[in-house]
Design a protein around this ligand. Structure first.
Ligand code: PLP
Length: 450
C-alpha cells in the first residue's frame, strides 16, 4: 500500500504550508472547504471585479464552450475575440485602435515592450532599445517584465538574468518622496526634471519608451501620481519621440472609477497593458491595447508582430472577458465604483485617520490602501523583519477577511501596506464590514509585536 500523502502535490507559493481549499463563491464571498465564508476585500490581487460566480459570466463561458473552445490564431480569428476588441478600442479617432489578447498581465507587459521596440524598427530607428521605468513599480514576474519593474526584493534573486535595457527613476509617491515644504507642483516639476535628465543621460534617441503603472498597485499600495505628473511625462516622451507605455494590469478596467485610470490624467498612452479586471478572474486573459500610429506602422512596415503564444485570443477567455465588460457597462458599475470607493475612503479615514500606526490612506475608486508606520510624525516604517503586513493578513483571514498586504523595504523607502480592491458589486454594508474587520486585524497585529 502507498504511504498516505502528507503534502500537497501542488507546489504552492509557500512550500511549507498548503493554503485552505476554496470550493465555492458568491458575490464578494469565497467559501472554504468546511463552509467558512471569507469576504474577498481585495478581489484576490485586484482581479475579481464582478465578485464570484456571476451568473452572466458563467453562462457566457458555457455558451462559448459549447460553440468553440479553441482555434489557433495562426489560422483563425474567432467571434469573441473580434467582439471583445470592438468593445475595448477604436472609439476615439487616433486613439487606441487594436487589442492583442494574451493570457495575463506579465504577457501583456512583455508584448507591449516588444511592440515598442518593433515600432521603432518599422520606422528605421534601431537605436531605440532603452526603456525608462520607475523604482517601486511592479510589471510582472516574467524576465522582461521583472526587468522593467523596480521592486528591489522581487528582482534581487534573478538579477543575473535581467536585461540592463531598463533604468529606473523615482516613483511619483507623494507620501514617501515629496520633500518637506515642497508643494505638489514643485514635486511634479522635480520628478519631470529627473525624467528629462534620464533621457539626456541615455541619449534621447536611444529611448524606446517610458513605462509606468498609472496608479501603482502591489509594490507600494494604490499610489496615484501628483496632479500634472502624467501630462509632464507625456510631453517629455513626445518631445523625444519616445512612446508611453501604461501598465493598467491592476489599476485598469474600471478599478479607479473610469474604464482606464489614465482618463483621469488628461493624457492617453501609446501602448497599454491590461489584465486582471479584463476577465475578472473568470478566465486567464490580458491584452495590449495598441494606438493607431503603432498599428499603422506595423501594417505599413513588416506587416507582422513577431510574438506569438499558443493561447493568444483564446475564445473562452475572450467570451468571458466580453461578458465581464458588458456587465460593467450595462449595470452602470463605474458609477458604483466611484460611490462605493468614496464610502470606502470615508470609512478608512474614520477608522484609521487618527490611528497611531497608519501614516497614509490613499487610492482611487475601489482601489485603496493604508500604509503602516512605526511612528506617524517621522513616518518611520516598522522593521521589515517584523512582517507587520503578514501579521495583518493572518489576523484578517482569521476574521474571515481577505486583503492584499505588501511589505516595507529595508532602506525604509516605504512601509508595510494593506491594499483593498473589493469587487465593483460590493454593497455599502459589505464596505463597512471590510473596514470593521480590517480595523480589528490591524490592532491585533500591532498588539502582537514584540
Ligand atoms: N503589472 C501589474 C501592475 C501588476 O499588478 C501585475 C500583477 O500583479 C502584473 C503586471 C503581472 O500580471 P500577471 O500576474 O497576470 O502576470
Amino acid at each position: 500500500m502507498n504511504a498516505p500523502v502528507t503534502r500537497s502535490r501542488v507546489l504552492h507559493r509557500s512550500s511549507r504550508t498548503a493554503p485552505p481549499l476554496a470550493v465555492g463563491g458568491h458575490g464578494v464571498w469565497l467559501v472554504e472547504q468546511g463552509g467558512r465564508e471569507v469576504l474577498d476585500a481585495s478581489g484576490g490581487a485586484a482581479v475579481s471585479c464582478l465578485g464570484h460566480q456571476h451568473p452572466r459570466i458563467v453562462e457566457a463561458i458555457k455558451r462559448q464552450a459549447d460553440r468553440l473552445c479553441y482555434a489557433h490564431t495562426g489560422f483563425f480569428s474567432n467571434e469573441p475575440a473580434e467582439a471583445l476588441a470592438e468593445e475595448l478600442v477604436g472609439h476615439e479617432p487616433g486613439g487606441l485602435a487594436q487589442a492583442y489578447f494574451v493570457s495575463g498581465g506579465s504577457e501583456a507587459v512583455e508584448a507591449a515592450l516588444k511592440l515598442a521596440r518593433q515600432y521603432f524598427l518599422e520606422l528605421g530607428q534601431p537605436r531605440r532599445s532603452r526603456y525608462i521605468a520607475r523604482r517601486q513599480s511592479y510589471h510582472g514576474n516574467t524576465l522582461g517584465a521583472l526587468a522593467a519593474g523596480g521592486n528591489a526584493g522581487r528582482r534581487a534573486p534573478y538579477a543575473p538574468l535581467l536585461t540592463d535595457a531598463f533604468s529606473h527613476v523615482s516613483p511619483a509617491f507623494a507620501y514617501r518622496e515629496q520633500q518637506q515644504g515642497e508643494d505638489e507642483a514643485a514635486f511634479t516639476a522635480r520628478l519631470a526634471a529627473e525624467l528629462e535628465a534620464e533621457f539626456q543621460r541615455l541619449g534621447p534617441d536611444t529611448v524606446a519608451a517610458f513605462v509606468a503603472e498609472t496608479v501603482v498597485g502591489a509594490t507600494a499600495g494604490c499610489v496615484p501620481a501628483p496632479a500634472g505628473y502624467f501630462q509632464a511625462v507625456r510631453e517629455i516622451c513626445d518631445r523625444h519621440g519616445a512612446l508611453l507605455i501604461l501598465d493598467e494590469v491592476m489599476s485598469g478596467m474600471g478599478r479607479t472609477g473610469t474604464r482606464h485610470a489614465w482618463e483621469q490624467e488628461g493624457i492617453a498612452p501609446d501602448l497599454q497593458a491590461i489584465a486582471k479586471g479584463l476577465g475578472g478572474g473568470y478566465q486567464a486573459i490580458g491584452a495590449v491595447l495598441v494606438s493607431a500610429r503603432i498599428a499603422d506602422a506595423v501594417e505599413r512596415g513588416s506587416g507582422a508582430f513577431q510574438h506569438g503564444h499558443t493561447y493568444l485570443a483564446h475564445p473562452i477567455a475572450c467570451a468571458a472577458a466580453l461578458e465581464v465588460q458588458r456587465v460593467i457597462r450595462e449595470d452602470g458599475l463605474l458609477a458604483q465604483v466611484r460611490s462605493m470607493g468614496a464610502r470606502l475612503e470615508e470609512r478608512l479615514t474614520e477608522r484609521f485617520g487618527n490611528h497611531a500606526h497608519i501614516g497614509d490612506i490613499r487610492g482611487r475608486g475601489l482601489f485603496q490602501a493604508i500604509e503602516l508606520v512605526a511612528d506617524r510624525s517621522s513616518r518611520a516604517p516598522f522593521d521589515p523583519a517584523l512582517k507587520v503586513h503578514q501579521r495583518i493578513k493572518d489576523a484578517a483571514f482569521a476574521r474571515g477577511l481577505g486583503c492584499y498586504p505588501g511589505g516595507g523595504t529595508l532602506d525604509g523607502q516605504r512601509g508595510d501596506h494593506v491594499l483593498l480592491a473589493p469587487p465593483y458589486i460590493v454593497s455599502a454594508a459589505e464596505i463597512d464590514l471590510i473596514v470593521e474587520r480590517l480595523g480589528e486585524a490591524v490592532d491585533t497585529a500591532i498588539a502582537s509585536l514584540p
